[in-house]
Design a protein around this ligand. Structure first.
Ligand SMILES: C[S@@+](CC[C@H](N)C(=O)[O-])C[C@H]1O[C@@H](n2cnc3c(N)ncnc32)[C@H](O)[C@@H]1O
Length: 474
């Protein structure tokens, strides 16, 4: 190792920053986060530093650096744009054994500053030894995504129960097992979703029962998996996908997304294709209740967003009635995913001031919508499940006043490598659906915004020979 990673306690201790520009300001704000007493030596201060000085958060010495400035400080950062000054600060600090960092010259300093992920009191530092700050930042971004923002709260909870757990589990191994179960289970999830009191109660219960696996009911995660591209999953969706004991999923969840669920989880396909439901909705609702009552963590994975034409409301209604804990994780709905990947903005200052999402498929198989409200020239209408009802859709939109030449987009398997976008008009839509053999899942977008597709498209169309799973961009 070129450097020893350590965490330095500088609370209420004097630290010096030499330089008053924006880079110095970034370092100052870090030092202030760690509650240091910061003095900045520089003839001038940038706007950010001036504000800090006015708020009394830093001391400013308005002149060039002088040797005596180093007296009494516990660390110094040289951040001027004058190499000679930085070198002088470094040389002197090392003589006096004051830890020194020199911006952009790691070799001149005695310490370097890492990229950090701050989940205080949990702190993760990433360093490339000064060789590539950009790489360190990229690594940091990856870690940021996989570590929930509420990790700090979890650490605080652990801290406040540490002594109690130590007393209840004097044996080191069983104590470690206990904490592992707690930190990977429901207690942690409760903290992440803002239910700190419930988490505390459950943890106390587990301690009282001296059990490594607290006797708790299962729970259901109702998670939106987005329209198909796994990159569009939320961080929370991904985390819960990797925790579930059992996964209940339907047709719209893409294989690429199913690849990301925990390897050893039980998976149950509940289908749902038009006119051939693998499992009736009522039975799906009951299944979730049964699995949760068996104490399992159940991932109910749905395409798009669970609350947009996803019947998510019905599924959690029964869970709520039965007192089964659940959480709902939003997903990117097909309208957002398909419009973005097709280069069709759903609203646009010149073309559409409103946007409506409607279903083209009603319970009894009819299409019975308020056509007068939908057929509006400055509005985009997005039809989910609209293929079957397309003849009615075209007829009614024209009958209620939209020109037959109104542009319409068909987005088939949007956001996946198989995405196809076909542009028609209200009077040619049925021919395009037939001639191009359009299949579900397809989204129909009606409105003038569709004319922008030609200019704004950025995802390459799918070709037969494309390699599966690889996206082509224009
Ligand atoms: C039962 S709805 C589910 C909608 C989902 N909850 C959502 O928020 O996107 C199914 C319809 O959504 C649309 N859809 C879902 N995913 C799609 C995709 N990847 N491409 C095109 N349309 C999609 C299709 O119109 C499909 O018939």
């Amino acid at each position: 190792m070129e450097h020893l990673p350590i965490f330095f306690q500088i609370k209420n201790k004097p630290c010096l920053v030499v330089g008053g520009g924006s880079i110095a300001a970034r370092k100052v704000s870090l030092l202030l986060k760690a509650q240091a007493e910061v003095t900045v030596v520089s003839p001038e201060l940038c706007h950010e530093l001036k504000l800090l000085q006015e708020e009394g958060k830093i001391q400013h010495v308005a002149r060039e650096f002088e040797d005596m400035d180093l007296e009494n400080c516990v660390a110094v950062i040289a951040a001027t744009d004058a190499p000679r000054v930085n070198e002088r600060v470094s040389q002197l600090a090392q003589q006096l054994r004051v830890p020194v960092n020199v911006i952009d010259k790691p070799e001149l300093g005695s310490f370097i500053m890492p990229s950090i992920i701050d989940r205080s009191p949990v702190m993760i530092a990433v360093s490339t030894g000064g060789s590539s700050p950009v790489l360190a930042r990229l690594i940091r971004t990856r870690l940021e995504g996989s570590i929930p923002a509420a990790y700090g709260h979890l650490a605080q909870l652990v801290e406040s129960f540490r002594d109690k757990v130590k007393a209840a589990f004097p044996n080191v191994k069983s104590r470690r097992n206990f904490w592992e179960r707690i930190l990977e289970g429901t207690v942690a999830e409760l903290v992440f979703t803002g239910h700190g009191d419930d988490a505390r109660k459950l943890l106390q219960k587990a301690i009282d029962e001296q059990s490594e696996v607290p006797d708790i009911p299962g729970e259901v995660f109702l998670v939106g998996a987005g329209p198909g591209d796994p990159d569009l999953l939320t961080f929370r969706a991904l985390r819960l996908m990797q925790q579930a004991d059992v996964v209940v999923y339907d047709r719209l969840v893409s294989p690429a997304i199913m690849d990301l669920v925990r390897r050893d989880a039980e998976v149950i396909y509940v289908g749902k294709e038009r006119d051939k439901h693998t499992m009736q909705q009522e039975n799906i609702n009951q299944l979730l209740v049964r699995l949760a009552k068996e104490g399992k963590r159940v991932l109910r994975l749905k395409g798009g967003d669970p609350f947009i034409f996803g019947r998510g409301g019905e599924e959690i209604e029964l869970l709520a009635q039965q007192g089964i804990p659940f959480q709902v994780v939003p997903g990117i709905t097909a309208a957002n995913g398909c419009s973005s990947y097709a280069g069709i903005p759903l609203t646009h200052r010149d073309y559409a001031q409103s946007c409506v999402f409607v279903t083209g498929h009603l319970k009894d198989g009819t299409v019975d919508l308020n056509w007068k409200a939908l057929a509006h020239p400055n509005q985009t209408v997005v039809f989910y499940m609209g293929l079957h009802g397309a003849p009615t859709l075209c007829k009614e939109m024209i009958a209620h006043g939209l020109p037959a030449s109104t542009p319409v987009a068909l987005v088939e398997q949007g956001t996946t490598p198989q995405q196809r976008v076909l542009i028609a008009t209200l009077d040619t839509l049925l021919d395009v659906i037939k001639n191009e053999d359009i299949k579900p899942p397809t989204l129909i977008i009606v409105g003038e915004v569709v004319s922008l597709h030609d200019k704004l498209k950025w995802v390459e169309e799918h070709h037969e020979n494309d390699v599966d799973g690889v996206f082509a961009y224009k």
